[in-house]
Ligand binder design. Structure first.
Ligand code: DCP
Ligand code: MG
Length: 365
């Protein structure tokens, strides 16, 4: 008897929206002279730069993301390479999300140019996910002068495959009744997570399409691919029960470190704290566009597991939040409370959403 897998929620309506040649399209919008010419966004070839993305004209020459710019120039000598402007792309991403929010609050961003929307309970467009996708494409085109592509399907796996199907500026819909037929012909390399290595291992097993994959028993997939084997077994049947996870609002961000050996002396603690603050800085950098810090916090856990925290407000006078000396001063003030060796130190920031954001459009990228 063939093995079965439970398909929940075939009645869900999931959209996956992905901008077309995102950074490059934004640059072409900002500078229309670039239109119609092959361009890449990335680092200069002379400086050992890499292509972040290229427009469709450049792709015809074989230029693609993550390629060395020198190689890209060799393939396409007339290629124009423009430096990236991340602030601008982040701002555009926020504008995408403002549009998405008119349809649903259940939005899961995957990157600046990509998001899942669960529109199962959305009332716009009489509840039609296809009409919502069409409207979203139209609005992004009218309001932002950019194109995106969308996939509409009963789950995240299929919606993501679908958004790529009619790229650029296209929509592909996989209604629930078409799921079984659709996956049969789907090449396994279209499965998110199946890279070159997995694809070639599958090929050795005689598997090139999801129909082939359906023929491999679960235990064999588990043997070959570990936990990922279960996922392969499911997606081969068009099954993906993962929910669209709207991002929560962060209240704080922190980095803690428990030491292999307790630290007894304050100077050594201060040094250890510097590394922690550096890591905090790196992590905050990723979300700095969505939140601003309002307080600094230092946490100490003493050798006897008692702990204390000390925090201070961050002025708005342009002072740099991440200056190590601020955190050092907090530690110097807090440590004497217990005056014992410490087993853990932490540094953190209490956050508030940046003015231009309200809850679900916070980006975690
Ligand atoms: N990106 C990057 N480095 C990569 C891949 C992508 O910096 N290796 C950046 C540049 C892209 C953006 O992320 O513009 C979005 O990535 P996508 O994979 O969605 O690629 P594009 O949007 O550029 O093209 P597509 O039309 O294929 O979606
Ligand atoms: Mg894209």
């Amino acid at each position: 008897m063939p093995e079965q897998v439970a398909q929940e929620g075939l009645e869900r309506k999931i959209l996956h929206v992905d901008a077309d040649s995102f950074y490059a399209s934004v640059e072409m919008r900002e500078n229309p002279e670039l239109r119609g010419r092959p361009i890449a966004v990335g680092g200069k070839a002379e400086r050992r730069g890499v292509v972040a993305t290229s427009n469709y004209e450049a792709r015809k020459f074989g230029v693609h993301s993550a390629m060395a710019s020198s190689r890209a120039m060799a393939l396409c000598p007339q290629l124009i390479i423009v430096p990236p402007r991340f602030e601008l792309y982040r701002a555009v991403s926020r504008q995408f999300h403002e549009i998405f929010q008119d349809y649903t609050k259940v939005i899961e961003p995957l990157s600046l140019d990509e998001a899942f929307l669960d529109v199962s309970n959305a009332s716009r467009c009489s509840g039609s996910a296809t009409l919502m996708a069409q409207e979203i494409l139209q609005r992004i085109s009218d309001e932002l002068q950019l194109t995106v592509s969308a996939g509409v399907a009963p789950n995240k796996f299929l919606a993501k495959v679908a958004s790529d199907w009619n790229k650029p500026n296209g929509i592909f819909v996989i209604p629930p009744e078409n799921v079984d037929a659709f996956v049969l012909n789907l090449p396994v390399k279209k499965i998110n997570g199946v890279g070159k290595v997995t694809a070639s291992r599958l090929k050795k097993m005689g598997v090139e399409t999801c129909a082939d994959l359906q023929g491999v028993p679960l235990n064999e997939l588990l043997q070959h691919f570990g936990k990922y084997g279960k996922r392969l077994f499911e997606v081969a049947r068009g099954v993906d029960n993962r929910p669209v996870e709207a991002t929560r609002i962060r209240k704080s961000i922190s980095v803690e470190h428990t030491f292999a050996e307790d630290i007894a002396q304050l100077p050594a603690m201060l040094e250890a704290l510097d590394d922690i603050v550096e890591e905090l800085d790196r992590r905050y950098e990723k979300i700095r566009d969505s939140y601003f810090p309002v307080k600094r916090v230092v946490k100490i856990k003493y050798t006897d597991f008692t702990q204390t925290t000390l925090e201070e407000g961050i002025g708005s006078s342009g002072e740099s939040w991440c200056d190590a000396p601020h955190f050092r001063r907090l530690l110097q003030a807090a440590w004497p409370r217990g005056a014992k060796p410490v087993r853990l130190l932490g540094a953190g920031l209490r956050l508030q959403p940046a003015k231009h954001t309200d809850s679900p459009q916070i980006l975690l990228v």
